[in-house]
Design a protein around this ligand. Structure first.
Ligand code: PLP
Length: 367
């Protein structure tokens, strides 16, 4: 029996009794865009993270772009971004006409290196985007220490950190604004694309709302050239039902992570650790191994679903070849990209499945 990397059908089975009538109501009343379901979810998510504003948008990439524009990033600006993240973090910058300035990460957690970030700041730097990768909380305080005096806003990429906390405070609540994604595979996933910007700054929230609806607060009164990026009513129904279970699901992920750490203790793999003060959300369980590609192939042959997040640091992608950065520019991100391997991780993963994953890994490693 194969072991899937994620199990979205098991998630749906838990919420089906709530989601199906809600979706039917939206369809029958034809309230597809905006309306009470969207407002209810936005309020619930703002409360969940502990901020005053949440603006639902079309997807996580739009959320980053909108948040960056709302804090003042313009064409010609520079925005500091870690080299190992999903490409969307940098794409959002590029779509504004700004330039992503990539920096390396630390070797322990693969999170943005605050020193490298400080060194990358220049006269055109308009924002820094720490990414809460794998469900961790990035060192935002350390980044803020290096940006505050210069008045450079920090926009947090919280796409992978739904439910992650640091000293009790939700990921995404230290900077000027945070962007999240409700892509189906995230800890809180919709039934399609969705995302949100959340912030305590009412001016930023208003600007995101205006930019996301064609630059207008009043219909047909267009203040700026915006875009169309909306959270749908149907997605809001799904998200509200799943949000009510997110803490329980994240607790199951934490238990699974602890179990992996025990099961993997005697294998030649580097297991992920938690930064002091963090309560991680374990979006992904990323180990590091030698001979990763061979191990990956063996696990696939054994029916184990795995992933690599991400196989190529951004500066080595064809898309960002134009930045002119060569191999060797970011040694930590580059070395990690050859070793990282994401094991199955989701709230419905059983202990028996984890034992089988680790057995297959042991055989693949010849240990
Ligand atoms: C998923 C993800 C995004 C983009 O979200 P989409 O909803 O797919 O546009 C951005 N950043 C990170 C780190 C992500 O994991």
């Amino acid at each position: 029996m194969n072991i899937p990397f994620v199990d979205l059908a098991a998630q749906f089975a838990e919420v089906a009794d709530e989601v199906l009538p809600g979706v039917e109501e939206v369809l029958r009343t034809a309230g597809y865009v905006g309306g009470p379901h969207v407002a209810t979810f936005e309020a619930a998510y703002a409360q969940f993270v502990g901020v005053s504003h949440c603006v639902g948008v079309g997807n996580g990439t739009d959320a980053i772009e909108l948040a960056l524009r709302a804090v003042g990033v313009r064409a010609g600006s520079e925005v500091v971004v870690p080299a190992n993240t999903f490409i969307a973090t940098a794409e959002a910058v590029s779509r504004i006409g700004a330039t992503p300035v990539l920096v390396d990460v630390d070797d322990d957690y693969l999170l943005i290196d605050p020193e490298a970030c400080a060194a990358a700041i220049g006269p055109r730097t308009a924002a820094v985007v720490p990414v809460h990768l794998f469900g961790q909380v990035a060192p935002v305080e350390e980044v803020l220490m290096r940006t505050r005096d210069a008045g450079i806003p920090v926009v947090e990429d919280a796409a992978q950190s739904q439910g992650a906390r640091r000293h009790g405070r939700a990921a995404g609540t230290l900077g000027a604004a945070a962007a999240t994604s409700f892509y189906p595979g995230k800890n809180l996933g919709a039934a399609g694309d969705a995302g949100a910007v959340f912030t305590d700054d009412s001016r930023v929230a208003r600007d995101v709302r205006v930019l996301a609806q064609h630059g207008s607060e009043q219909k047909y009164d267009h203040e700026v050239v915006g875009m169309n990026s909306r959270l749908d009513a149907i997605q809001s129904v799904v998200l509200s039902a799943k949000l009510a279970r997110l803490e329980t699901w994240n607790a199951a992920r934490r238990a699974a992570a602890a179990r992996y750490a025990e099961l993997l203790a005697d294998l030649p793999v580097r297991v992920p650790t938690t930064r002091e003060g963090n309560d991680d959300a374990w979006h992904l369980y990323v180990v590091r191994v030698e001979g990763r590609d061979r191990v990956l192939a063996d696990l696939a042959g054994a029916g184990i679903g795995t992933g690599v997040h991400y196989p190529t640091p951004l500066h080595l992608t064809q898309a960002y070849a134009g930045l002119g950065l060569r191999r060797g520019a970011f040694p930590v991100a580059e070395a990690a990209s050859a070793q990282i391997l994401s094991l199955p991780m989701h709230p419905h993963l059983t202990e028996d499945q984890q034992v089988r994953v680790v057995d297959a890994l042991r055989r693949a490693l010849g240990a």
